[in-house]
Write a protein that binds this ligand. Sequence first.
Ligand SMILES: [Mn+2]
Length: 338
Amino acid sequence: MASADPDGAAAATAADAGPHIFVFNGDADGLVGQHILFLELGRPVLRVTGLKREIGLLARLPRLTAGHIHGIDISLRRNLDALYPLLAQGNLRITWYDHHEPGEPPVHPSLVLHVNQAPETCTGAIVNAVRGHRHPLWAALAAFGDNLPATASALASAGGASAHEAQLLKRAGTLVNYNAYGEAPGDQLIPAPELAERMEPFVSALDFCWEASIFGPLAAQYEADQDAFQSLIALVDMPAAKAFVVPDAPFARRYAATWANERALQHPNEALAVLHAQADGGYRISLRSPRREGAVPAASDLAREFGGGGRKLAAGIDALPADRLDRFAERFGIYYGG
Ligand SMILES: [Mn+2]
């Protein structure tokens, strides 16, 4: 890709013709992926993005007469229905950069795929590689945000970052990723479209890390959310089984998933249930089995007892009625704590 041969360069220039449209996940990886493309290609005519959980973004595009759509850090499989009619239009080119499961995309002359599902890569690193490895520190920030510290550290070293600078990239990646969580747009401190625009002045990822108007408020909110979780009282508090109720509040919608991930890493021998209070008085529950060696009861089997489902190590119950809370707490304690 970084080849200096003149034919290759000419082909790359033709392939880079715009106008460009960026469709990307609103987390650190998606934001960085589109920012590297911004640095390489210039400002897009349109950006389509959202919260981390919003994946089906291609369907949100308005009718386009011409252009080059870049899909960034969103599963192609979840966007295939919207992809076919876009390709059928005949006047659009589509390039996809991602590390999620792509399904079975069509082979089409207007569709170029840069999809790599290797567990150690992320979209920021893929875009950086496609564009000739010119933005390793941005890719490092993305990889830290996607919780790939080994990949991120390697990219930071490749970009000449010191250990301290790598820590700055890690903090920025963590905070930008955290900013993408939530259920409602108002849960976010900086909506992704705004954050993408506020990244535009920064050629250097390290300069971006020092942007106090972004990272000051974001760090303050992150720490306040962490503190709120510290003060939760366990509904079930047994040595091998802990259950917590979290309120239907912005701090919980933003931070519950990150908190549960960190807690599971710190306490691998404990089962964890997080009960999200719902507006109707019921609960949405996420369940994790302990990660210890040997036979562990399947989270999916317990979830099924309450109308849910999932996998052996992680499962969920979408809607537990309020009057079954005591029954769930009792079963959860027996299932994992006994
Ligand atoms: Mn990603």
